[in-house]
Design a protein around this ligand. Sequence first.
Ligand code: ASP
Ligand code: MG
Length: 413
Amino acid sequence: MKVFKFGGASVKDAAGVRNVTEIIRTQGQNAVVVISAMGKTTNALEDLVRTYFHQQYSNTQVHLEVIRAYHYGILSELGASFNAVHQTFIQLETYLTQSPKASYDDTYDQIVSLGEVLSTQIIAAYFAEIGFSVEWLDARQLIRTDSNFREARVDWHETKQRINRAVTSNGIKITQGFIGQTSDGRTTTLGRDGSDYTAAIFAYCLNAESVTIWKDVPGVLNADPKWFDDTVLLNKLTYQDAIELAYYGATVIHPKTIKPLQNNGIPLHVRSFLKPDAPGTVIGNSEGHLLTPSFIFKINQVLISLHPNDFSFIAEDNLSRIFGRFAQAGVKINLMQNTAISFSVVVDNNPDRVPALLTQLRQDFRVSYNDGLELITIRYYDQGTIDRVLMNKKLLLEQKSRYTVQLVVKDQG
Ligand code: ASP
Ligand code: MG
């Protein structure tokens, strides 16, 4: 048994669905296929949740109609049956006619999860249309989670039992990424971009022979082509390197995906759905590490420096207060460095979170900050690559470990 995962970009229109169907038909005869919501549907559903929750009925209606037209458009272009999708829209409309009762995050999960339901219903309908039998599995019945809505944690024991009870025969199974359910039947989601993680959950529970994530890039590259022209495809990557790259912000794989696969030694392939015969990248237990330096760029960073008001040193008591404030504000630290009397951190400059955090921190610290910065992480660096990325940049902070260097820079134009 293999596990395949297709993201939203691969099924954004009828041509995408046909292409994905062809890949499944030719390469996934014995696979669990995890599929995300189509195109930008998750964002559209998020907009819908916001207006519904704030009881802006006419806006809610507008969002609903856009989402409906998009999915119906794809269905009719494919000439596939509307039945299942139609039922899902009735269910959504019924939900929306009641005034919001649950918390925002709970409401979010009940609504946003339907993006994945719709996409898998459309693909299953198209398979039926072309006379190919596939089994549609409801991931909500299989992935058991706690009720930490929007970032639900998996109950591995229960999930493993359920998945193994449901997947017993060979053949093509189609299921939804990103979604699960609590023991009392509330739908949950696993965090944005969580479909990769779903693929890893299925693979781990089934002890699958491999996972393939099909993307619009040829595999894992040593840099994001958005920032670099001459990127190199990495044919092979160790789990450890993949975890490190994802942790520092490489967006090619969701960070939570690798660990379950590593635990069972299941190889993870990253391949292009545009070139389905190319080998792509394989992540696994290979010997040695990368020889090519890899770059990860994060823009819109802010460097915050804290100096205790009372001339105390930066020691455990101050640090625990600082970390507490960051955790409370939901601000993730990308890099930190301390001296005896100051503590510096680099974070994403999120306008919803950072100003409130600064206000909090000013109660105990003198705070200075510097925004509009970039954070460059190089794994397997050498001086040549450091010099190259520092061209036209002013270096504000540098941190080196054996394999990784992080540079906080200001672009000099
Ligand atoms: N549809 C969800 C999202 O866009 C999950 C995923 O695509 O992985 O975040
Ligand atoms: Mg997505």
